[in-house]
Ligand binder design. Structure first.
Ligand SMILES: Nc1ncnc2c1ncn2[C@@H]1O[C@H](COP(=O)(O)OP(=O)(O)OP(=O)(O)O)[C@@H](O)[C@H]1O
Length: 674
């Protein structure tokens, strides 16, 4: 026996020596090539082929891996001998899974295949933008070569469908949030999820039954509408805008939608998203059959003021219409907001691309829901027809909605209540303007003593209705007072106008009292605005065109001849207080056209004015045709002083029939100089 151990030990020693000798003689590269060759030879002669389905594909999670895992979890629970059991946090379902490196046979269409769950430790992490899981996971599918073409595609399709079914039936809805502010988890997901357990359903939702039916039918026709969307060439998605006062059930409606269709919810927190490309990435990581929600869209982000931060640096905006808020950053559909240039914020255009641009179609069967308490605050671009397919007004509690709440909270059917009580409730509920949330509170408080609950509810409704009536009367009184005040103001304005007209007839009389000059209506650069009133350079015989406005604007930057990007924060404010961004500044060319719209003279800027020198005098020859009194020339030539007029006459540019006496003072000049 002793000898036996001794010879075994020496044999092991020889083997170890040979191994180290081999390692020295054959470097790792050579060994790797040899193994590869062996593998190839094995594959040629093997009757099987193998498919690896890894958990992470590049940087993205492999959906097929998840589907296989789910699919196998249903078969391993029956046939597996060693299983792993998992239960997600707060989840009600237990998931079976194959243990690490365990195998299972499955059959499909009479063909048997083998699945192996391969788990290997990940090598020490090289540099990565995000943490990776410690283990590499994957499934290896083994199929006979002769069966591959027969079943592979069908089998994988079957697995995907089955996984979706299982997900729908067994799995709790998931509620995703992007509250991590853009950072990714170890599996490359920007979304965090928890099981979604909201109990709201369309049955418990207290809204008018007709409206409820309409919404439910719309949802079902959407969910079953794959062929319709394909046939019509539309992306398989739908948008709902829920609006109304707080507590009318907008969030409850979203939960009811998710529970009704069995969809997951992605609750998008816009304030956590830094720019449009991040928004796009979030969208790419949402799954099909989901509802993407942006709650309180009017307060989550100030979309109309966003451009302020960008400083209007969008390049190449030559022919863009900046009056269209949608176009502020490059227009919808293209997926390229001007934010892409400086990557600093979300824009309205980015949000619209998110919902109905090209990127909104990455994935299918998705519903977008926006909610707001103030629809009037939303940018019209969001409300435009076709953008949100259905606008749903969540109103105060109506009588039919009240009956649903009574059933939910007290178990009362309409027939369980006395007729008198029903009559009274019906009479006051609309006037009370109470939200379902307010009414629920009253009912919950007394839910154990049902009669008391109904009585108290009636009392609360009456008090609220009375208050509303009183407030309404006050409002009416206030309104009539306001109307009276407005009427008085109109009369006052009319009288002022009359006085002004009388003054024009007799301009010298009391001019100051009527037209006091108001600086608030004038340009800051007032002296410059009046520059055209005089011609200072007596040696310059050019005509100068006064284009009237001191600050010109155009919605087409291409019209500017030497444009430069505008990097300031100023904006053009228009009626209603909307701020329009300024993208470029520069100079324009003044074109003079004849009757037939042919350009006969184009002039560039000289200083602050546009000069028409001798070459173009002919083009203006009609101006000097026919003599006119000096007062008319004064008005036609934008109020030059008499010295300038005399100069023009002397150079034979104008023909003055007679000089008007100084007593007739030009009112415009008076106002301008006051
Ligand atoms: N229409 C409704 N049907 C049933 N319950 C409702 C309804 N509206 C409100 N409630 C009750 O009031 C609570 C608050 O409602 P919910 O959060 O859905 O309102 P909301 O309109 O989304 O409010 P907010 O605008 O403040 O987010 C809900 O939990 C629910 O119990």
């Amino acid at each position: 026996m002793k000898e036996y151990w001794a010879s075994l030990a020496s044999l092991l020693g020889v083997l170890a020596f040979c191994q180290s000798l081999l390692q020295v003689i054959f470097p790792p590269e050579l060994r790797f090539a040899f193994l590869k060759l062996l593998n190839r030879i094995f594959n040629v002669f093997s009757t099987y082929c193998y498919f690896d389905i890894t958990e992470i594909d590049g940087v993205n999670t492999n959906e097929l891996y998840n589907a296989v895992q789910l699919y196998l979890s249903s078969s391993v629970s029956i046939s597996g001998s060693r299983l792993s059991l998992t239960r997600a946090l707060n989840s009600s379902a237990i998931t079976f899974g194959l243990s690490n490196n365990d195998c299972i046979y499955d059959s499909f269409n009479g063909v048997t295949v083998l699945w192996e769950h391969v788990v290997a430790p990940r090598q020490a992490q090289t540099f990565s933008w995000r943490p990776m899981p410690e283990e590499k996971r994957g499934f290896t599918l083994r199929i006979r070569k002769k069966d591959k073409s027969l079943i592979l595609d069908l089998y994988l399709e079957f697995i995907m469908e089955k996984a979706n079914d299982i997900r729908r039936k067994n799995q709790d809805r998931l509620l995703y949030t992007n509250s991590r502010g853009g950072s990714l988890d170890s599996r490359g997901h920007p979304w965090e999820s928890v099981p979604f357990k909201h109990p709201s359903t369309f049955e418990t939702l207290a809204i008018d039954p007709e409206k409820k039916m309409e919404i439910m039918e719309d949802l079902i026709s959407f969910a079953n509408g794959q062929s319709f969307y394909q046939k019509t060439g539309r992306a398989w998605k739908r948008g709902y805008l829920l609006y109304g006062p707080p507590g009318t059930g907008k969030s409850s409606m979203i939960a009811a939608m998710a529970n009704y269709l069995g969809y997951d919810i992605y609750d998008l927190e816009l304030t956590e998203v830094h720019n449009n490309s991040e928004l796009r990435k979030l969208l790419m990581k949402t799954s099909s059959k989901s509802i993407i929600v942006i709650e309180d869209i009017d307060c989550s982000i100030s979309l109309s003021n966003r451009k302020k931060n960008n400083g209007g640096s969008g390049s190449g905006s030559g022919s863009r219409n900046y009056y269209d808020p949608e176009m502020r950053c490059g227009g919808s559909g293209s997926g390229s907001g001007c934010e892409d240039g400086n990557n600093s914020s979300i824009t309205l255009s980015g949000l619209l691309n998110f919902t109905d641009g090209l990127w909104s179609c990455c994935g299918s069967e998705r519903i977008f829901v926006f909610t707001t308490n103030h629809i009037e605050k939303l940018d019209p671009a969001l409300l435009r027809s076709g953008r949100m397919d259905m606008h749903i007004f969540m109103n105060f509690c109506s009588y039919p909605a009240l009956l649903i709440l009574l059933k939910n909270y007290l178990g009362y059917e309409e027939s369980d209540l006395e007729e008198e009580m029903l009559k009274e409730l019906k009479l006051v509920v609309d006037k009370a303007e109470m939200t379902p949330a307010d009414i629920s509170e009253v009912l919950i408080k007394n839910k154990r003593i049902k009669e008391k609950a109904v009585r108290e509810l009636l009392e609360a409704l009456k008090i609220k209705a009375e208050r509303n009536v009183k407030n309404g009367a006050n409002r009416q009184k206030k309104n009539s007072d306001e109307i009276e005040e407005e009427e008085e103001e109109v009369v006052e304005e009319e009288e002022q106008e009359k006085r002004a007209l009388e003054t024009i007839k007799n301009p010298v009389a009391d001019l100051d009292k009527v037209f006091r000059f108001d600086y608030s209506y004038q340009s800051d650069d007032f002296p410059q605005a009046l520059a055209a009133l005089t011609l200072n350079d007596c040696n310059d015989s050019s005509f100068y065109v006064d284009s009237v406005a001191t600050a010109h604007m155009t919605n087409d930057a291409g019209k500017l001849s030497s444009q430069k990007p505008f990097n300031g924060f100023d904006m053009i404010y228009v009626g209603g207080g909307t701020g329009l961004p300024i993208s470029h500044f520069g100079t324009i060319e003044v074109a003079i056209k004849d009757q037939n719209q042919r350009t006969i003279a184009i002039r560039h800027k000289r200083g602050q004015l546009y000069a028409l020198d001798d070459v173009f005098h002919e083009a203006l020859s009609t101006i000097k045709m026919g003599g006119l009194p000096s007062s008319l020339w004064h008005q036609r030539l934008r109020h030059p002083n008499s010295k300038s007029l005399a100069l023009l006459k002397k150079n034979n540019f104008i023909d003055v029939t007679h000089w008007v006496t100084k007593t007739k003072i030009c009112i415009s000049c008076q106002m301008g100089k006051s």
